[in-house]
Design a protein around this ligand. Sequence first.
Ligand code: NAD
Ligand code: SER
Length: 317
Amino acid sequence: MKNILVLGSGGQIGSELTVRLREVYGNANVVASDLDPNRLTAQIREAGPCYPCDATKAEQIAAIVKDHKIDTIYNLVAILSATAEKNPMLGWNVGMGALLNCLEVSKEYSAALFTPSSIGAFGLNTPLNGTPQDTIQRPRTIYGVTKVSGELLSDYYFERFGVDTRSVRFPGLISNVTPPGGGTTDYAVDIYYAAVRGEKFECPLAAGTLLDMMYMPDAIDAAIQIMEADPTKLIHRNSFNVTAMHFDPEAIYAEIRKHRPDFIMTYNPDSLKQKIADSWPNWMDDTAARAEWGFNPKFGLEQMTIDMLAKLTTKLL
Ligand code: NAD
Ligand code: SER
């Protein structure tokens, strides 16, 4: 049995991961936290321990880790790509501040640490088709710079201090529970909300913009599976390519129109998001994750679309 602390339980991933971790490890053994406790759902607040916690303050993390004998930290604190580009100092201070504090606290209290990286850790001089596990990483966004720095620091703490750091490079994540927090891939969530509400959708990325994506249930499984993996089988640690599908706006639009034939999408590319998306992989090679810890996503575009439309219809209508 683990004692787990989740930092960022109010976010797109944290809100679903916290609930799932409590199903797996028990409500009392999973502490939820966020800078803004108002972001925590009633379900999370009522089912188990919860704290306000600013992850840029090491002493706040350490106090929870000590009091709850935490042995595993899920650090989900970051400012997503498009938002960070508008305020680079905030992106750096939050992303790196939270990570460095988690690494130090994990070192002191012998905790294992999961911190997601991203497709944003790659850049234009990375091979964009079949992006290898180990390749050139020269991103030109502050988000990407924090992700590459985070991967390096996490490997450093493992090699130098034996901290059990593990990570995946998530692609764009699609969920019907908590809306995304200002990323470049958010359109692939927003489009489903528009379709279910019967609204027209203006796509902020141009036709033909290919990006890796994953449905949230597969992302949650991956986050739990990698922390349960046999460490002797891990050749890599920070961080594994993981993907479940890749598509451009036209493909997701066509898939939705199979179920909502009247749905209309037009294009109005946002120059900031377009520039970021163009520098990210079209599709990654995730062979290492599949071989080293059995990553095996279940949802493709077709199954995800059926599930998203059904769940959002129940939620919104
Ligand atoms: P999010 O923006 O939805 O949630 C982040 C949460 O962190 C928010 O609830 C916010 O209140 C909280 N937070 C912000 N500053 C904080 C601080 N100082 N202390 C404590 N909490 C703070 O982000 P997300 O989409 O859930 O992403 C989680 C992680 O996964 C991030 O590292 C992100 O880079 C990574 N990731 C996400 C995606 C995606 O598509 N969502 C893709 C790749 C990687
Ligand atoms: N979904 C994230 C973003 O667009 C990818 O890391 O920022």
